[in-house]
Design a protein around this ligand. Structure first.
Ligand code: CO8
Length: 258
């Protein structure tokens, strides 16, 4: 497996665990992190043996934002000309399921990357925020859109305008995170959940993910039609025949991924 400067990668059977690893900067996200993560996510998508992925940080920080030191001297022309950080779109294009496991700070770009995941599992120490306004800027990696869709206008507006942090309990109540677990159990719990997903028929996992994501892109009637067509389409897979036969025969399914 390739070595990365800013990421640590572990394989846990069919689950890939990726740790952001810039402890000196609280995992601040710079161009190197982005480049390496794009590579890792593309390799994950392309590897049929890997069925789920967990992205995590450290106990203190999932990520404390985009790297302010990298951005501070940039001009509009630099940012616009390089389409700075547009590469995150490639991370969000990952087709297979992935989970963000968040302990400590998930601020600015850190919160935005967590929200790019299919869902977030949070440690009870997690703190989410979009404090960019205090730097004279704004979210820039989807935060104004994904946070608003996740928790609604009132809370998103309050968080972005004041820069205040939301703790794990409030994040769970607000629908930002799927579940809160004790910090000491975070990675194990995320890996356990990832294993459950990894054990599912892989094409059905992609289809479930696609149709839920469609809920954010389409109207209700169009989304329901998209769901129904994908549902119909799954009847073209061997795993559908196997899954239904296994249920009737009271045995676990043996998935082929086709
Ligand atoms: N960028 C660069 N370095 C950082 C960052 C960051 N975002 N956050 C922390 N660090 C560094 C600190 O500078 C410090 O380094 P050093 O030891 O060399 O001084 C080290 O990490 C440890 O940090 P602190 O000493 O500040 O640790 P504390 O425990 O005292 O505080 C905090 C922790 C509260 C998390 C604090 O570090 C903080 O406020 N960090 C900045 C949070 C922030 O403002 N994040 C938003 C950044 S902007 C952003 O994310 C925009 C995203 C959109 C980009 C889209 C482009 C298109």
């Amino acid at each position: 497996m390739a070595d990365y400067e800013t990421l640590l990668i572990e394989r846990h059977d069919a689950v890939t665990l990726v740790r952001l690893n810039r402890p000196q900067a609280l995992n601040a996200l710079n161009s190197r992190v982005l480049g390496e993560l794009i590579e890792v996510m593309a390799a994950y998508d392309a590897d049929p043996a890997q069925r789920c992925l967990v992205l995590t940080g450290s106990e203190k920080a999932f990520a404390a934002g985009a790297d302010i030191k990298e951005m501070s001297s940039q001009s509009f022309a630099d940012m616009y000309g390089s389409n700075f950080f547009a590469g995150w779109e490639k991370v969000t294009a990952t087709r297979k399921p992935w989970i963000a496991a968040v302990a400590g700070y998930a601020l600015g770009g850190g919160c935005e990357v967590a929200m790019m995941a299919d869902f977030i599992i949070a440690a009870d120490t997690a703190k989410f925020g979009q404090p960019e306004i205090k730097l004279g800027v704004s979210p820039g990696m989807g935060g104004s859109q994904r946070l608003t869709r996740a928790i609604g206008k009132a809370k998103a507006m309050e968080m972005c305008l004041t820069g205040r942090m939301m703790d794990a309990g409030e994040a769970e109540r607000s629908g930002l995170v799927a579940r809160v677990v004790p910090a000491a159990d975070l990675v194990d719990e995320a890996l356990k959940t990832a294993k459950t997903i990894a054990d599912m028929p892989p094409l059905a996992a992609i289809a479930n993910k696609e149709m839920i994501n469609a809920a954010f892109e389409t109207g209700l009637a169009q989304g329901i039609l998209f769901e129904r067509r994908l549902f119909h389409g799954l009847f073209g897979t061997e795993d559908q025949s196997e899954g239904m036969a296994a249920f009737v025969e009271k045995r676990p399914g043996a998935w082929k991924g086709r």
